[in-house]
Ligand binder design. Structure first.
Ligand code: SF4
Length: 71
């Protein structure tokens, strides 16, 4: 069965992850500051980011692990 990608910011091509919970949406290039979005937010302009979601999930996992080890 094909794994259907969840249409959330974390898997969107227009998203830029900034920490383990959130990032910014770059869909509208005309704004001065890209709006902050939580990783599980979504909207109708979602664009498939392909394998970026795996890279982001990997980064979140390793960052959370590091934070746990340091606390
Ligand atoms: S708000 Fe919409 S366009 Fe922006 S990153 Fe999230 S899903 Fe993508």
């Amino acid at each position: 069965m094909i794994n259907v990608q969840k249409k959330i910011c974390l898997s969107c091509r227009k998203f830029r992850l900034e920490d383990t919970q959130s990032g910014v949406c770059r869909v509208d290039k005309s704004v001065e500051h890209y709006p902050m979005k939580r990783i599980k937010d979504s909207c109708e302009k979602w664009v498939d980011g392909g394998h970026q979601v795996n890279i982001r999930e990997g980064w979140i996992k390793s960052t959370l692990k590091k934070e746990r080890e340091e606390s």
